[in-house]
Ligand binder design. Structure first.
Ligand code: ZN
Length: 300
């Protein structure tokens, strides 16, 4: 079953919702990063939500969601674009924590209250848009909703979940983001809140065979909602040998020379997909020629 996002709007209002199935993309992330359940869930939730953010924001070329965790997961970075291409990593994929009540995987303590959640949007301008909030709970979806409310003044509801089997494999994953801008009629908000309180765990619903369209229908029940689009969603890394070469050049002349002398080659591993890029002696010498001399750059 392919992953995708359904866009649905409530007529006569500015309310819009995005409903995703992301099972395949989270499975792929787990295979690449060899994550244990806490990290599978945390990374999967973040990937699902950033995937939605990528397709939902028209002027944004690329969007990054980063969490500097106070908990043992340390760092989560996920990115996406308008095509629904998503990639990401968690710096500590093998964290083990005791489950929360009802046996739930403990993403909250993995991330940790008081962590920092940052959103960076590349709008094609000189400077990216940056927003950040302090993590309130650590389950990621609630914290992202808090970010929308606090940092973008856009009242929103977010949900994301990954259903993991005993053995650690991904059974299903998905989520949604609903924006309810200021000025939304009170009765619409009330109906939405009632609907949301009945929805429960998105990943379990998807596991039972429901689709993103079904989720949209339930969340927007008794409201004049209309599906207005369908977007694809997938794990896709856009690293390349050229990008890896540029990353190495950024080390500067001195570091590159040291690398050449000590190892005779340069190696860059993409943190998003583990692809290795190797550069031989001759290539390193070329890089040294085009690299800036860091010691000189800071002199007037
Ligand atoms: Zn890559």
């Amino acid at each position: 079953m392919e992953d995708y996002i359904v866009r649905s709007a409530i007529e006569g209002t500015q309310v819009i919702g995005f409903f995703a199935r992301s099972t395949g993309l989270v499975e792929k992330a787990q295979a690449i990063h060899q994550t244990f359940p806490v990290a599978t869930c945390a990374l999967g939730r973040a990937l699902t939500l950033v995937g939605i953010m990528g397709v939902s924001q028209k002027k944004v070329r690329r969007i990054s969601l980063q969490i500097h965790c106070r908990g043992p997961l340390k760092e989560i970075l996920v990115q996406s674009n308008q095509k629904g291409e998503v990639r990401g990593y968690v710096s500590q994929p093998m964290v083990i924590l005791p489950p929360r009540k009802e046996g739930k995987i403990n993403v909250e303590d993995g991330v940790g209250k008081g962590s920092q959640l940052l959103v960076m949007k590349d709008l094609g301008l000189k400077e990216p848009y940056l927003g950040s909030v302090e993590v309130q709970r650590g389950g990621i979806a609630y914290d992202l909703a808090y970010y929308f409310n606090r940092s973008e003044q856009l009242p929103s509801a977010c949900s994301a979940g990954v259903y993991v089997a005993e053995g650690g494999e991904v059974l299903s994953a998905g989520g949604f983001i609903i924006h309810t801008p200021f000025g939304t009629p009170e009765e619409v908000i009330t109906t939405l809140e009632q609907n949301l309180s009945r929805v429960g765990e998105v990943s379990k619903r998807l596991f039972q065979g429901e689709t993103p369209e079904d989720l949209a229908e339930e969340v927007f029940a008794s409201l004049p909602a209309r599906v207005t689009g369908r977007e694809s969603l997938q794990y896709h890394c856009y690293c390349s040998s050229d990008r890896a070469r540029r990353a190495l050049i950024l080390l500067g002349k001195e570091e590159l020379t040291k690398l050449l002398e000590e190892q005779g080659q340069g190696e860059v591993t993409c943190p998003f997909c583990n692809q290795k890029y190797l550069f031989d002696r001759r290539q390193l010498q070329e890089m040294i020629l085009s690299a800036q001399d860091k010691s000189r750059r800071f002199k007037s």
